[in-house]
Design a protein around this ligand. Structure first.
Ligand code: OGA
Ligand code: MN
Length: 206
């Protein structure tokens, strides 16, 4: 993340740490150079995506009445653009650990494409039987998104406050996975993102 490597007084990663500490979520705009965002969007469209499922392990199933996006997981070494993004997220992981003592060990991340009309109903990102997902981070890849295109991320915050985010290219939303219910409103046009989770070590003995 370009701003994260500058020596300015208050780099982006510390702004995110402060926001998470004070209110549990953060939104930052223009976090990556436009060229890199375009490359990531291109790659998202090129990849062979599969319908996303809900639930975990044996209980996992595709349910378009709950979520209609198509996804593919990222791995290191797949492309220069993806590796740059993973490096930026690793910087953020270290800042979150330094600032909030979260003990985050890794970051898992997938491309997501919502075809027109797709949505993701209200949910929490933490599984009932697996609490490793601790901080969610979503980077949007859509140029010139208009409010009438729909597809907003709707977050249900404390005191019944509802906050909508436009999935505009370069916007990064970070929040505590177990604390903030959220949904994706139906998108009127194709909606691209990179969605990921910083994870703690589980209680699993292995
Ligand atoms: C998710 C999710 C939100 C978004 O994939 O779990 O909530 O704005 N995505 O894409
Ligand atoms: Mn979610």
């Amino acid at each position: 993340m370009r701003a994260m490597h500058t020596s300015s007084e208050h780099p982006l990663r510390w702004a995110i740490v402060d926001d998470l500490a004070s209110r549990g979520w953060s939104r930052q705009d223009a976090v990556l150079p436009p060229g890199l965002l375009r490359q990531l969007a291109f790659e998202c469209r090129q990849r062979e995506l599969s319908p996303a499922s809900v639930g975990r392990g044996a209980g996992q199933e595709v349910r378009e009445a709950i979520r209609g996006d198509r996804i593919q997981w990222l791995e290191a070494g797949q492309s220069e653009a993806c590796d740059q993004y993973l490096a930026a997220m690793d910087d953020l992981r270290q800042a979150l650990n330094q600032g909030l003592y979260l003990g985050l060990e890794d970051f898992e991340c997938h491309f997501a494409l919502y075809p027109p009309g797709a949505f993701y109903r209200r949910h929490l990102d933490r599984f009932r039987d697996d609490d490793r997902r601790t901080v969610s981070a979503i980077l949007y890849l859509n140029e010139d998104w208009q409010p009438e295109d729909g597809g907003q991320l709707r977050m249900f915050l404390a005191d019944e406050v509802v906050h909508d985010v436009q999935p505009q290219a370069g916007c990064l939303v970070v929040f505590l996975s177990g604390d903030i219910p959220h949904e994706v409103l139906p998108a009127g046009r194709e909606r691209l993102s990179l969605t990921g989770w910083f994870r703690r070590r589980g209680n699993d003995p292995f």
